[in-house]
Design a protein. Structure first.
Length: 497
């Protein structure tokens, strides 16, 4: 069986802890790989390599850093299919989704290639007689990233390219469920000429995570995952004096007003709810139908959902793949099984679905729940699977209050033809990312990604300008030079005395 090992100081390093985790093919359920789990000592070795590399990488020129990043971008582009195949093999998402993930990660690499503009400082001359003030930004040192299973390439690429472009060195702890993409990203960085120790990858569980959070040489931690873990990462990291950005879970709502194009809204709801099998924090998992739109909208969603082809991710005809693990599949199914007893109308029940020839895979079909009460588990919890809840509201104000009553505030969307209603919504809704007739409003790379309330712990969103500020710290320099005419050395300046 193949073993995925660590990447420390520019090379693959075999795990020595004796602890390994299983990696399965979600389409077949077969265990294909094992991944070495790092001990605290192995995490320490990765941090030590990063600290040693920072001594030369931190002071390196912007030109030297961006030269590596431009080469890295070219290598990532050339290996898109290779990265996508690893994602499909270990996560299960269809190849087109995996390619889309790589493309979104590349956006941040491209942003990092232009870091010279992002790191320009500010200068004010003559703030007082002969006094100038300059503001500059400098790297933090060793920073770490802890990333989730649902985007094993994209989320790491949201972190480390920008961090190293700013002059930091990086220790990545990817998900142990699908670790191979992270190793390929590190190998390609080394091929691009990234110095040894600037990017390190350690695998593992809570042992590795807690050591990163407490390590005195780690200055900052980025995290993407569930809200309970995000809260733990934030409280533990900050208690240890670290800067932390911890992105948590979500229950993203799509508000559909009576004037909306219902065909467009139904198309959007299906792609946003069931794409990537619903395993994404920006999935639309709750549609709020306003007025008398509900019945027609639900019928349109059902019609489209029933036509989605579910199958192995490497089958080009598949539109949705399996879930990451059998345990997660069973948990998702439990929400559908208990929905009717809690007052919801089960329009589509995807539990019990299998694919011929792949009966041991982690399969589940598409589920659609209508008239879901706000106290039902299917609405209250982040399901992270292909289950769409439809709720009803009589008015815009009632729908807005429902959305703002959620403990999460990651992303949201409104579907309407009325510009005034859309403008009100984008100002009044309590969420960090808003779409107007756009179901998944993930910002482009040069804007920042992040939510409100229990969807984000910390002061900085990820990538964009917030990302640059997170991975750097400001310094202000006030300078006064004596008049050269007063120098004891004759420099040829006329005296003013």
């Amino acid at each position: 069986m193949r073993t995925v090992n660590h990447w420390i100081d520019g090379k693959a390093v075999e795990g020595t802890s004796g602890t390994f985790g299983p990696v399965t093919d979600p389409a077949t359920g077969a265990r294909t790989t094992r991944v070495a789990f790092a001990s605290a000592d192995e995490v320490d070795a990765a941090v030590a390599a990063a600290k040693a590399a920072y001594a030369t990488w931190g002071p390196s020129s912007l030109a030297a850093r961006t030269a590596v990043l431009f080469r890295y971008r070219a290598l990532l582009d050339a290996h898109r299919d290779d990265i996508a195949r690893l994602i499909t093999a270990e996560h299960g998402k269809v190849h087109s989704d995996a390619l889309g993930e790589v493309a979104r990660g590349l956006e941040i690499v491209e942003l990092a290639c232009g870091i010279t503009a992002q790191l320009k400082g500010e200068l004010s001359t003559q703030v007082s007689g002969g006094v100038d003030v300059a503001a500059i930004r400098q790297p933090l040192g060793v920073v770490a990233g802890i990333t989730p299973f649902n985007f094993p390439a994209m989320v790491p690429m949201w972190m480390f390219p920008l961090a190293i472009a700013c002059g930091n060195t990086f220790v990545l702890k990817p998900s142990e469920k699908d670790p191979s993409a992270a190793i390929l990203l590190a190998e390609l960085a080394a091929e691009a000429g990234l110095p040894d120790g600037v990017l390190n990858v350690v695998h593992g569980d809570k042992v590795a995570v807690d050591r990163l959070l407490e390590h005195p040489d780690v200055a900052a931690v980025s995290f993407v995952g569930s809200t309970p873990i995000a809260r733990h990462i934030f409280t533990t990291g900050t208690a240890n004096g670290k800067r932390v950005q911890a992105l948590g879970g979500a229950k993203n709502h799509m508000l559909v007003l009576p004037d909306a194009d219902l065909d467009a809204a139904a198309d959007a709801a299906v792609s946003a709810a069931y794409g990537s099998a619903g395993e994404r924090c920006m999935a639309v998992s709750a549609v709020v139908a306003v007025g008398d739109t509900g019945d027609e909208l639900v019928a349109k969603i059902r019609d489209r959902a029933e036509k989605i082809k579910i199958g192995p991710g490497d089958d080009p005809t598949s539109e949705m793949g399996p879930l990451i693990t059998a345990a997660h599949r069973d948990k998702v199914a439990s929400y559908v099984a208990g929905a009717a007893a809690q007052g919801a109308e089960v329009v589509l029940d995807g539990t019990g679905f299998t694919v011929e020839g792949y009966e041991n895979g982690h399969w589940i079909g598409l589920s659609l729940l209508d008239k879901v009460p706000t106290d039902a588990d299917a609405y209250r919890d982040e399901i992270f699977g292909p289950v769409l809840c439809v709720l009803r509201a009589d008015t815009y104000e009632e729908g807005l209050a429902l959305i703002n009553g959620s403990p999460w505030g990651n992303g949201t969307a409104i579907f309407t033809r009325d510009g005034g209603a859309a403008r009100r919504f984008q100002l009044e809704v309590e969420a960090g990312m808003v779409g107007v007739n756009v179901p998944i409003p993930v910002p482009v790379g040069y804007h920042s990604f992040g939510g409100w309330k229990d969807s984000l712990f910390g002061d900085h969103h990820i990538y964009g300008n917030d990302g640059v500020h997170f991975y750097t710290r400001g310094k202000v320099v006030t300078t006064r030079w004596p008049d050269p005419a007063d120098s004891t050395v004759d420099l040829g300046f006329p005296s003013h005395r």
